[in-house]
Design a protein around this ligand. Structure first.
Ligand SMILES: Nc1ncnc2c1ncn2[C@@H]1O[C@H](COP(=O)(O)OP(=O)(O)OP(=O)(O)O)[C@@H](O)[C@H]1O
Ligand SMILES: [Mg+2]
Length: 391
């Protein structure tokens, strides 16, 4: 049902507020709701609405309104926030999106731009929030074993499912020693071998009905095969087709790839939108990363496609982040703190790190990584638009 979705507007500039109100009324699919100008009143109003659109002008008192966006986005998951500013910059866009806004528009507001955004939001509500963007394939890779790929893949995938409420697939491409079922304590009835052997018969309905779910979430697991033999016959085209089929069903596909460059791993990398190259801050691991980055360049991957995660990061590491960035000639995308006890407790209990301790540094890091991934592609598009305007 989309009839009763309200749009709330807040701007310190009366002109902006009036024009937004006018445009909302002209757009016609949302009802303008006057929640006044008191922030706690607006908070209570939005909290009481099941679905809503909130347009907030952050041109002045930016910090205050960014904090307000954060509060609203955590308290009202079904409120789509659009930030407005008369001084758009890449830095500001990154901040508003990180705070939880779904979109950004510059002031003075151009009607057609606002209508495009409102249309997108309206369609998201109509389709139950899914298919916001096309499916994204994210592969965790490193050329070294034991570096943290499975820990990151499983916790990231679970956080993505929790944050977005969309269907997420977690695929174990470690055909010989997959760990995901151990990490999440699952005993699935179907594994990847079965799916690969039946590619022509597999559809969304089958996947959603038969893949093992992690507890009461929208995370679905495609586990490794129980015996080694099944791994030998897998072809590149089967892996490519599998990813294609998964894309029709899941908004995010997180692949836990095997260390090394087997053909099925390369196929997964080729078919990924985003590759997280996982490393630790040690010289051998970093040298390895350098070689992989060279190889990725030869494979023709965009610079943006590969992003570096430093796992087990410690503030007092002998090799600093700056050293790593210099050595790899690339910015570090994410640092996951070293937290042996929380990780071991999670693995030994077969649960996620957030279930062991949601306030731990590592649980927060996985959650924020998932938030960043979930709006990364969209944010990139916006940043591109505004950075070319800044040039
Ligand atoms: N942030 C962290 N802090 C402390 N320990 C960690 C962290 N991340 C992972 N570990 C530990 O590192 C070990 C290896 O992690 P994991 O199994 O995720 O690595 P992997 O790259 O998937 O290994 P493999 O190549 O064997 O599949 C685990 O025992 C895990 O507890
Ligand atoms: Mg692993």
């Amino acid at each position: 049902m989309t009839e009763n979705i309200s749009a709330v507007i807040y701007s310190e500039a009366i002109q902006t507020e009036n024009i937004l109100k006018l445009y909302i009324e002209e757009f016609g699919k949302f009802c303008f709701y006057d929640a006044g100008a008191d922030m706690s009143e607006i908070f209570n109003t939005l909290s009481g609405m099941s679905k809503s659109v909130f347009i907030i002008d952050v041109s002045v008192n930016t910090k205050k309104y960014l904090d307000f966006i954060s509060e609203i986005s955590s308290a009202c998951p079904d409120c789509k926030i659009i930030a407005v500013s008369d001084s758009p910059s890449v830095d500001l866009i990154v901040k508003v999106m990180r705070a939880g806004a779904k979109d950004f528009i510059s002031a003075p507001v151009i009607k057609s731009e606002l209508f495009d955004i409102l249309d997108k939001i309206y369609n998201q509500f109509k389709t139950g929030g899914s298919s916001e963007t096309k499916s994204r394939v994210i592969t965790l890779f490193s050329n070294k074993g034991g570096i943290g790929k499975t820990s990151i893949a499983s916790n990231l995938a679970l956080e993505l499912a929790k944050i977005t409420k969309e269907n997420v697939a977690l695929v174990d491409l470690n055909f010989q020693f997959g760990d995901i079922t151990t990490f999440l304590d699952l005993k699935p009835s179907f594994n990847i071998s079965y799916v690969l052997e039946n590619l022509n018969r597999i559809n969304s309905e089958f996947l959603l009905n038969t893949l093992e779910k992690y507890k009461n979430t929208s995370l679905y697991i495609l586990a490794d095969p129980p015996c080694f033999k099944q791994a030998e016959t897998v072809t590149k085209s089967q892996i490519a087709k599998l990813i294609d089929i998964l894309k029709n069903t899941f908004s995010y596909i997180v692949i836990d790839a095997e260390a090394g460059f087997e053909s099925k791993t390369i196929t997964a990398l080729d078919n990924s939108d985003l590759v997280f190259l996982v490393t630790v801050a040690s010289l051998p691991a970093l040298r390895n990363c350098q070689r992989i980055l060279d190889l990725f360049q030869k494979l023709g991957y965009d610079d943006d496609k590969t992003q570096i995660i430093i796992n087990r990061y410690m503030e007092n590491d002998e090799i600093t982040v700056e050293d790593v960035e210099k050595l790899l000639d690339k910015e570090i995308y994410w640092k996951i703190p070293n937290n042996y006890f929380t990780l071991m407790a999670a693995i030994n209990k077969g649960i996620s790190v957030a279930e062991v301790n949601p306030d731990s540094n590592v649980a927060k890091s996985y959650k924020e990584l998932a938030m960043s991934v979930s709006d990364m592609v969209y944010r990139k598009k916006l940043i591109k638009k505004y950075s070319s305007a800044e040039d």
